[in-house]
Design a protein around this ligand. Structure first.
Ligand code: TRP
Length: 453
């Protein structure tokens, strides 16, 4: 049996596109992007993010898919497999696994929020509440550490039950139904949002570019988010790419995924901001943004409860398909490199992720010496983990991937890999130029600007 058969492969290119979109589209698009746009003050930030997707995130995504498809193994061994020797590049694979731990630990906490909101919608808890009371529901929940911990636990158990069984047909099949449902739901909400009086002011807020407002911190956040939202920079897409067949179009697939993912992020902001502005609420409301604006809008709807149940179910599912990919990288490293059985690797490492997430789950809550204990280090844990992982670890991982593919891997493998099965073969020189110069120089500039600021 060939290597490819024993490791399994996607049944079709669509299978890969769906699974990778399931990884990319998640809380990053619907929960995180709108709130960091709000915190960074809109316009210029959205544009920086779009530039980062185009010039940094997507080219590196293509690079990751290629490395995966050529090496056909998990990130820890992929670089050495391509070079045919044991090298220091293995360190990039190790960084990937650590990044997976860090991200999943708080990702699961927020995914737990979507479960809590699913539960609240099932209980019809928002019926007849005023806008302020709806905002208050989130604040009260955020402060309740025990409840946060409970949902974090439940979400990790759900994620692990899928990963320990192997990323089975189940999740692929479910993604085939749920991803289109999510897109339709967003489209319906977008149409609704476009009828609100707050729609026009939102457009102004989101697309006005003022160069003077660009800061190093904002640029780093935009670049970091382009990695986070595309699931790039820690080998998740590489792992999924390793299950592609050699003749499948890697470039077209990567660009399709990046396009879909960007559309979902933009749609989420175009839905949530009009709702908030129309209700006269703060756009800088931080991590609670989606959890306030959706109940606010949907409790006005005829049949709103059903819509809300659907929305939080879809949000939960989008989070689950992303969390699975994060956990898969962590587990696959232990399976491939240390030959742990899949079940033990999943449950043991899953417990570590759960424990690592405990401080994040308690971030909004319990006090020590009269201060919320999580802010004793100056910012809360959940922010700290998010900041470290998405603004530093992912872009650093991405920098190494672009350098590896741009400069260190055998040129013939790279060129053949890019052109094989692709209708976009003519883009090769453009892509290579971006990967060799624009992406690394852009990343270094942003790092240095931030360190110097
Ligand atoms: N991209 C996902 C989101 O936007 C999160 C995610 C899943 C991720 N896998 C990843 C982020 C790997 C970075 C790396 O919600």
């Amino acid at each position: 049996m060939t290597d490819q058969h024993s490791r399994g492969a996607w049944a079709s290119r669509i299978g890969f596109i769906l699974a990778a979109s399931g990884s990319a589209i998640g809380l990053g698009n619907i929960w995180k992007f709108p709130y960091i746009v709000g915190e960074n003050g809109g316009g210029y930030f959205v544009i920086l993010y779009l530039v980062a997707i185009l010039l940094v995130g997507s080219p590196i995504m293509v690079a990751e898919v290629l490395v995966g498809r050529i090496a056909r193994t998990s990130p820890m061994d992929a670089f050495d497999r391509i070079l045919g020797a044991r090298t220091a590049w293995r360190g990039v694979g190790v960084l990937s696994a650590f990044t997976g731990f860090a991200i999943l630990s708080y990702y699961s906490v927020v995914a737990g929020w979507s479960l809590h909101y699913l539960y609240l919608s099932l209980m019809n808890a928002f019926e007849g509440l005023s806008p302020d009371a709806i905002a208050g529901v989130f604040a009260k929940f955020y402060a309740n550490g025990g409840l946060n911990l409970f949902w974090h636990f439940i979400f990790m158990v759900l994620t692990l039950s899928v990963v320990q069984a192997g990323v089975s047909r189940g999740i692929e099949l479910a993604a085939k139904i749920i991803m289109p449902a999510l897109l339709l739901m967003l489209l319906a909400l977008l149409i609704y949002a476009s009828t609100l009086p707050g729609f026009k002011p939102s457009l102004d807020f989101l697309f006005r570019f003022e160069l003077g407002r660009v800061t190093a911190a904002g640029a780093l956040e935009a670049v970091g988010h382009s990695f986070f939202t595309l699931s790039v920079g820690m080998g998740a897409i590489m792992t999924y790419g390793s299950y592609l067949r050699q003749k499948d179009d890697a470039v077209g697939s990567a660009l399709t995924i990046a396009g879909l993912d960007t559309m979902v992020g933009m749609a989420a902001t175009l839905i949530l901001f009009p709702i908030l502005l129309t209700a006269g609420l703060e756009t800088k409301s931080g991590p609670g943004l989606v959890f306030v604006s959706i109940p606010l809008a949907l409790s006005q709807f005829p049949g709103g409860q059903i819509w809300m149940i659907c929305f939080f179910f879809l949000l939960f599912f989008a989070a689950l398909s992303s969390a699975i990919s994060l956990m898969e990288v962590v587990a696959a490293s232990a399976i491939d490199s240390f030959h742990w059985p899949r079940k033990s690797a999943s449950w043991i490492l899953g417990i570590v992720v759960f424990l690592l997430g405990v401080p994040s789950a308690l971030s909004g809550g319990d006090t020590v010496f009269g201060k919320p204990w999580a802010s004793i280090f100056g910012r809360n844990f959940f922010d700290l983990f998010d900041h470290l992982a998405s603004n530093w670890m992912l872009p650093i991982g991405g920098l190494f991937i672009s350098l590896f593919v741009g400069w260190f891997m055998p040129a013939d493998l790279r060129e053949q890999g890019f052109k094989e099965g692709s209708r976009l073969a003519a883009l090769y020189p453009v892509w290579l130029f971006i990967l060799r110069f624009i992406a690394p120089i852009g990343l270094l500039t942003v790092f240095l600007a931030k360190l110097g600021s």
